[in-house]
Design a protein around this ligand. Sequence first.
Ligand SMILES: C[S@@+](CC[C@H](N)C(=O)[O-])C[C@H]1O[C@@H](n2cnc3c(N)ncnc32)[C@H](O)[C@@H]1O
Length: 234
Amino acid sequence: MIPRPVRIVAQLSAGVKPMTDLVLPKIDAYAAAYSLPETPIRRALREETERTMEFARMLVGPLEGAFLHMMTRLVQATRVLEIGMFTGYSALCFAEALPDHGRVTTCEIDDASAAVARRFFAQSPHGRKVDIRMGPALETMTGLTAPFDLIFIDADKQNYVNYYRRSMELLSPRGVILIDNVLWDGDVLLEPPPDERTAAIQELNRVVRADARVSAVLATIRDGIWIITPTPFA
Ligand SMILES: C[S@@+](CC[C@H](N)C(=O)[O-])C[C@H]1O[C@@H](n2cnc3c(N)ncnc32)[C@H](O)[C@@H]1O
């Protein structure tokens, strides 16, 4: 068990900060209400996370969760890689969308978060599809073999460019990379960047924009999500 101060530093390094809402909460709630519904087990996980965990806002929530579920189906994924599991909400979104033989490999460094995730995965018929890899995600990614159909990057911002580069090596030719928080609460507009994490996200956005191997859309869902396919813009 990682001691609590270390755990807090780990979570802070994931890039938590008090978010304002780029999208009005009532608009987000409206969009979520008209989208794929949140399953009862995910709702219970979200509510427990909000009650018991610091930085519960790291969890993607119902609307982005519906988006992740839809993307998993659109690319007909069987192998999903997630960088940054937290209490397992987004991992469950993927698992629920995968066929029976599908698998989510998810990376996490915080034992307390993983303990919550394991408890909820055990209650879900889809939980057996989730393979948790504890430890620094870059090290885990080094040991993984391609191809993954969908890769979701949602961990420490300072490593975003490294995660993106390794993801491009692991991605299936028909796959998609999704990267979360790439508007960083609007701070991507600030020049000079106020801190290292903002600078890291600005750098990632420049790297993706300049990458001639991919087509990419920076979608303004929640805190901004890159949708990237390994197909050059013709
Ligand atoms: C934004 S949260 C993930 C939220 C999750 N995707 C969800 O929607 O429920 C980021 C997570 O990444 C983890 N993390 C931070 N640095 C990491 C690293 N180097 N390797 C693996 N996990 C890391 C943190 O402990 C945290 O739980």
